[in-house]
Design a protein around this ligand. Structure first.
Ligand code: NDP
Ligand code: 8X3
Length: 251
C-alpha cells in the first residue's frame, strides 16, 4: 500500500532532501513551504511521483487548517507528518537580541509544529497508525551563547514530542524527535539574514552534516517495524563535540 508523508519546509535543506528520498522510495509526498516557485520546481523534478505541493505559512493557524481541509482525497490520509519547517534568527545575546526575531522563532518552531500536529494527529488516531516526526536540535539540550530563544524553542519541541508520545499511548501512532547538530543547509544564511560570508564561515574547515544525512535518519525511524518507536535521535558531525564550561575569573 502506498503511504503518504507530509513534509513542512520542503523548499530547502532537510525537507527538500526528505521529499526526494521518500519520492524515490515510492511514497506519496506532500511538500509545503512559503516559496511557491520552489515547490513547483521540486514537484516538477519529482514527477511522475505522486506529489502534492501547497504554499502556506505554518505560523498561521488558519492557513494550516485550510491546507489540511483542502488536501486532495488521495493525499488526505497522512501516514507520516514531518514538522521540519523552522529557523534560527540571529546570534545576539538575550540582552540585545531582536524581539521580532524571537517572536518569529516562537511562532514558526513552536506554534507551527503545534498547528500542524493538532490538525493531522486525529486522523492518525482514527486510522490506528501514523508517525509524527519533529525536528529538534542539539540546541534544545545543550546551551550555547546566542542560542537563547532558538534553543528554547527546540527544548519545547523535544518535550512536546515526548508528551505527545504519552498522550498517544495505545493508539499505534509513533513520535520521533530528531536532534541534529551543525548541518550545512540554508539554516545559517537565514540565521544571518542572507550574509553569505558569515553563513559560510560557520562550516569553514570542517565537515558538517548534510541534508541527506537527516533524510536518511528520518527514513530509518519511519521504516522500522510498527512496534518500534525511536523516541529521540541526537546526531552531530564528528567534527563537533563538547567543550569546558567557561569561568569568568577576576583578574
Ligand atoms: P533551511 O533554512 O534550509 O530550510 C528551512 C525550511 O523551513 C525551508 O523550506 C523554509 O521554507 C521552511 N520555513 C521556514 N519558515 C517557515 C514558515 N513560516 N512557514 C513554512 N515554512 C517555513 O533549514 P534546515 O533544513 O537546516 O532546517 C530544517 C529544520 O531543522 C529547522 O526546524 C531547523 O531548526 C532544524 N535544524 C537545523 C539544523 C542545521 O544545522 N541546519 C540543526 C538542527 C535542527 P520557506 O522559506 O519557503 O517557507
Ligand atoms: C542547529 C544546530 O548547533 O547550529 O539547530 O544550533 S546548531
Amino acid at each position: 500500500m502506498t503511504k503518504t508523508i507530509c513534509i513542512t519546509g520542503a523548499t530547502a535543506g532537510f525537507g527538500e532532501a526528505m521529499a526526494r528520498r521518500f519520492a524515490r522510495e515510492g511514497w506519496r509526498v506532500i511538500i509545503t513551504g512559503r516559496r511557491r516557485e520552489r515547490l513547483e520546481a521540486l514537484a516538477g523534478e519529482l514527477a511522475p511521483a505522486p506529489v502534492h505541493a501547497a504554499a502556506f505559512d505554518v505560523q498561521s493557524r488558519q492557513a494550516v487548517e485550510a491546507f489540511v481541509a483542502g488536501l486532495p482525497a488521495e493525499f488526505a490520509a497522512v501516514d507520516v507528518l514531518v514538522n521540519n519547517a523552522g529557523l534560527a534568527l540571529g546570534l545576539d545575546p538575550a540582552q540585545s537580541a531582536d524581539l521580532d526575531q524571537w517572536e518569529t522563532m516562537v511562532d514558526t518552531n513552536i506554534k507551527g509544529t503545534l498547528f500542524m500536529t493538532r490538525a493531522l494527529v486525529p486522523g492518525m488516531v482514527g486510522r490506528g497508525r501514523g508517525h509524527v516526526v519533529t525536528l529538534g536540535s542539539i540546541a534544545g539540550t545543550y546551551p550555547y551563547p546566542g542560542a537563547n530563544v532558538y534553543g528554547a524553542t527546540k527544548a519545547f519541541v523535544r518535550q512536546f514530542a515526548l508528551n505527545l508520545r504519552a498522550d498517544l499511548h495505545g493508539t499505534g501512532v509513533r513520535v520521533t524527535n530528531i536532534e541534529p547538530g551543525m548541518a550545512e543547509t540554508e539554516f545559517s544564511l537565514v540565521r544571518f539574514s542572507g550574509d553569505e560570508g558569515r553563513a559560510g564561515s560557520v562550516y569553514q574547515g570542517m565537515q558538517p552534516l548534510v541534508a541527506d544525512d537527516i533524510a536518511e535518519l528520518v527514513h530509518y525511524a519511519v521504516s522500522l517495524p510498527p512496534h518500534v518507536n525511536v523516541n529521540r535521535l541526537e546526531v552531530m558531525p564528528v567534527a563537533q563535540s563538547f567543550g569546558p564550561f567557561p569561568v569568568a575569573r577576576q583578574s
